[in-house]
Each structure stands twice: as C-alpha cells, then as structure tokens.
Design a protein around this ligand. Structure first.
Ligand SMILES: Nc1ncnc2c1ncn2[C@@H]1O[C@H](COP(=O)(O)OP(=O)(O)OP(=O)(O)O)[C@@H](O)[C@H]1O
Ligand SMILES: [Mg+2]
Length: 364
C-alpha cells in the first residue's frame, strides 16, 4: 500500500476556489474508496460549515497547536463516505495573529499521530501565508494551487512559489507541487481560453488536465452543508471534481519515480524567470473521459456477473475510477428513489466480474 499523501490546497489570493476544491476533492476521493481526512486550517471555517459541521464544536484544529490536544480526539466523521474532518474555529484567528511560537512543525507532528489511518490528508489553507499556512506546508507532501481563470490569475503566484521553495529548502525537503488547478472557467468568455493558454505555456504539465468550470451548483452546495455529490450529482461540477480526483490518483501511480525531476522543475520555475525553461514531467494520462449516467430501472445488474472488463465497458461505458484497478465504480442515476447518490461497484477476479454491489449514499 502507498503511504499517506498529504496535500495542502493553497493560494493566498482570496476566493479562488481553495475551499470548494478541498471539500469536493476530499469527498470525491472518499467515494473512490480512499480514506480521507480533511483538515480545515482556515479560521473562516468554510470547509467545516460547507460540510454541515457546527464550528462551535469542542473539537478543533486549534487543539493541535495546544500541547495537550490529542489529534485523534479532534476528528469527526462526516456524512460523506470515507471522509473525516478536523474542523476549524474562529479562535484560530487569535493563533494566527498573536502566535508567539516559531515552531513550524506543530501541525506536522500532530498529524503524524493519525496519518497512517488515511490514504489522503487534504488541508484547506486560508488566504494568507501566515503561521498556520506555513505549518500546513511543512506538514504537506505537496501543494495543490487553485488558480481562478481570470485576468491577473498569476498575480501573487511568484510569492507563493517563493514561500514553497523556502519551506522546501529549510523545513521540508521533499515538498512538491501537486499541480495548478484552473477554476471557475467559463467557456463563453473569450479571455478565459487565453488565460488557460498562458498558464499552460508557463507552467506546462504542472497544470492539471482537469479544468473546473464555473458551475452554480458548486456555489450552492455549501449552504446546504454538503458536497456537490450529495447536492447535485448530475452537475458539471460533480463531473469536474470526480475527474480531478481520478487524475490525482492516476498521477500518483504514474509519477512515483518522477518527484526528483518534478522537484528540479519547480526549482527552475522559481529560480529564474527565464522563458526558455524546459519541463520534463511525463505527459499526464487522461484516458478516462466523460461518463453518461445510466438508468437503474432498465438494467439487470446480475447479468454483469462473469463478464470481462472489455465486455463491461461495452455495455456500461468507461469507469469512473482507474481502469486498471479491480474495483470499478459506476455512477447510477436513479431519480425514482430518495437516495441522491448511487454507485455501482463491480469487483473483478481474473478479469471477470465476481461481485456486484449497489451502494447508496444518503444525504446527511
Ligand atoms: N467552480 C465554481 N463555480 C462557481 N462558483 C464557485 C466555483 N468555485 C468556487 N465558487 C464560489 O466562489 C467563491 C469562492 O470560492 P472558495 O470559497 O472555494 O474560495 P477560497 O479560495 O477558499 O476563498 P478564501 O480565500 O476566502 O478561503 C465561493 O462563493 C464559492 O462558492
Ligand atoms: Mg477558503
């Protein structure tokens, strides 16, 4: 089994989609059977409230900065499958402002206590490069940087990259950049395409293939205290974040041996502003594209038993998750039930469907 991966979602620019990404990426990874802990490291506590968690809760990230707080005691289960949360509270702001400690390893040490229980730790950072964000960068294996598709998208990126580089040099040698994620893309706006072109030209393969489109359901979901999959599974936002989670999982497998090269590239990008920088990261695979939901009432799933992967693809289309894995997951659209989120899980043994299970994830 791969060891736990900790990803901090950061950009000191306000409102670029950090929290939306943190909630929905963490939830998507959960539905893909990854065990995930979301850490709300922003005093605004938007990730906590966006998942319907009361932030006056006695459990809080604040306690991890306290000598006496036990990490496992700050964790709560969310209604989203395989997703736990360490909530934030407004009191974290005091820590950020009045903090006397210079210990940048506090969060890392606290998270190390429980890390092995998870496949992913996702940290939602605040729009600042203060004490808590620095602690998050030290605790992280990589940083995912959401960039809003708008003019001045790159504004502030240099400062962020410099900070990451300093942390890498002084406190966390293996720190990497997970990728730049373009958010709130609107194809009707001409300049949006232009901005994508510029970001790709400068950052090359560090830009995720998945682009998060502007989608009103993504902005509505948090006020119902839930993620996009509970709120509107048939939305574009839901597709985009599932695609992102699959891309992340694929990269994790494909890039295991390329961190060194990637590190060098980051170094190059941050070291000189030379236009001729060449990036050598392998092309990201995105072999799984878009999947049509299908109608549960018309299908007799037991007929799938014994079919090969090729035959399943013929009858159901491509899978949501990694095609090479032996557990496949299909989204099921079933408007006839009260369940909002249904997935069909197929388990293969020797390239044949052995087990079929319909999992229904209830709303909160
Ligand atoms: N793809 C999207 N489509 C539509 N609205 C979006 C999208 N992504 C984010 N939003 C909305 O934009 C606003 C800012 O998003 P979000 O809170 O995720 O940003 P943030 O970077 O976490 O902000 P902050 O810097 O305050 O922490 C929110 O109202 C959110 O609902
Ligand atoms: Mg936020």
């Amino acid at each position: 089994m791969l060891k736990t991966k900790t990803i901090a979602i950061a950009n000191q620019k306000v409102g670029v989609g950090k929290t939306t990404t943190a909630i929905n990426l963490a939830s998507a990874l959960g539905t893909l059977d990854q065990k995930v802990l979301l850490v709300d490291a922003d005093p605004q506590a938007n990730a906590s409230s966006g998942l319907g968690v009361e932030t006056i809760s006695s459990k809080s990230l604040l306690k991890l900065f306290d000598e006496h707080g036990k990490t496992s005691e700050q964790i709560i289960q969310t209604h989203s499958p395989n997703l736990d949360l360490i909530p934030s509270s407004i009191k974290l702001a005091d820590l950020e402002i009045n903090n006397k400690s210079e210990n940048v390893y506090k969060l890392k040490n606290a998270l190390d206590e429980i890390k092995s229980n998870y496949d992913y730790l996702i940290i939602d950072c605040s729009p600042s490069l203060g004490y808590i964000s620095i602690n998050s960068f030290v605790a992280a294996d990589s940083i995912l940087i959401p960039v809003q598709c708008e003019y001045l998208a790159m504004e502030g990126l240099n400062k962020l990259l410099k900070t990451i580089k300093e942390i890498k040099a002084n406190f966390n040698k293996t720190l990497d950049i997970e990728g730049l994620l373009i958010t709130m893309y609107d194809k009707r706006l001409k300049h949006n395409q232009h901005i994508i072109g510029e970001l790709k030209q400068y950052f090359k393969d560090l830009v995720f293939n998945t682009i998060i489109k502007r989608n009103v359901s993504l902005s509505e979901a948090p006020s119902f205290g839930t993620n996009i999959f509970d709120y509107k599974i048939e939305s574009e936002g839901s597709d985009d974040y599932l695609n992102l989670s699959r891309e992340l999982l694929t990269n994790r497998n494909a890039m295991k041996k390329t961190t060194q090269i990637l590190g060098k590239n980051i170094h190059q990008i941050m070291d000189d502003n030379n236009e001729s920088v060449t990036l050598e990261t392998p092309k990201r695979k995105n072999h799984l594209k878009h999947f049509e939901p299908f109608d549960i009432k018309k299908k007799n799933y037991n007929k799938l038993k014994g079919l090969t992967k090729e035959e399943v693809i013929k009858s159901l289309g491509l899978v949501y998750n990694d095609i090479h894995s032996d557990t496949w997951m299909y989204r099921v659209s079933d408007r006839a039930t009260v369940f909002r989120k249904n997935f069909l899980y197929l388990s293969f043994v020797n390239n044949q469907v052995q087990n079929i299970e319909l999992r229904r994830f209830r709303r909160g």
